[in-house]
Design a protein around this ligand. Structure first.
Ligand SMILES: Nc1ncnc2c1ncn2[C@@H]1O[C@H](COP(=O)(O)OP(=O)(O)O)[C@@H](O)[C@H]1O
Ligand SMILES: [Mg+2]
Length: 212
């Protein structure tokens, strides 16, 4: 089983949006997928409840209640949606379940600052120090030709983890969430710009570069 976690101690950076889209991407590729929600806000579980029956199934795991105790063992891919404010022992416990971590970052000074602090803490976690987990950052909700996107791009280029994708701010994410689907399940004429932005992220997730 592959275990991919979407993690950043900063709230609102797009963890649930990215986690639900990673899950639906792999489900549409024919993999058996479970989505574990570690956040009592339940955004990923709410999304799964909205999911239409005719879409590839994704198993729900209420991980904020009892971890992965009730998770199916036989899935190909487990995607975890982490809560905000994960620090200390809670962070170390979360990381135990992941071999691949995706860190979304918003184009905002507050978010870049918070992410620097978070990445420093994450890199001090024993499992990360022992290189048993691969981490990448992605820019999320970017708007082209804005100064702050330039700053974020520069920040992530210099960050100590690979910078694998930049996703634009788009209503497609909001619409897809509302319908319990991912952007890969929207019509091509609407979502093709997002599909192409996801390409480097899904390529990284499929490659050995994201596996320890
Ligand atoms: N790329 C995006 N474009 C537009 N809206 C987005 C995008 N990513 C996230 N959002 C919106 O931003 C808000 C926070 O995202 P969410 O995934 O809930 O973050 P988190 O789980 O980190 O708290 C939500 O309203 C979500 O719909
Ligand atoms: Mg969330």
């Amino acid at each position: 089983m592959r275990h991919i976690m979407v993690l950043n101690a900063k709230g609102g950076c797009g963890k649930s949006t990215i986690a639900t889209n990673i899950a639906s991407y792999f489900a549409n590729e024919g993999a058996s997928v479970a989505l574990a929600d570690y956040d009592p806000q339940r955004s990923s579980l709410d999304w799964l409840e909205r999911r239409p029956e005719n879409r590839p199934t994704i198993a729900a795991v209420a991980a904020f209640e009892d971890g992965l105790r009730h998770a199916p063992r036989n899935v190909d891919i487990m995607v975890s949606d982490a809560p905000a404010r994960s620090h200390g022992k809670e962070l170390a416990d979360l990381v135990k379940h992941a071999e691949t971590i995706v860190v979304p970052v918003l184009p905002s000074t507050i978010d870049m600052q918070a992410t620097s602090t978070f990445l420093k803490e994450l890199q001090g976690v024993n499992k990360v120090e022992r290189k048993q987990v691969k981490i990448a950052a992605i820019a999320n909700r970017v708007r082209d030709n804005t100064l702050i996107y330039g700053d974020l791009d520069e920040y992530l280029t210099k960050a100590r983890v690979p910078y694998v994708a930049a996703l634009r701010e788009a209503q497609n994410y909001v619409r897809a969430y509302t319908r319990g689907i991912g952007i890969f399940e929207l019509p091509e004429y609407l979502a093709w710009p997002d599909w192409s932005e996801w390409e480097p992220l899904t390529a990284w997730l499929r490659s050995v570069r994201s596996q320890p």
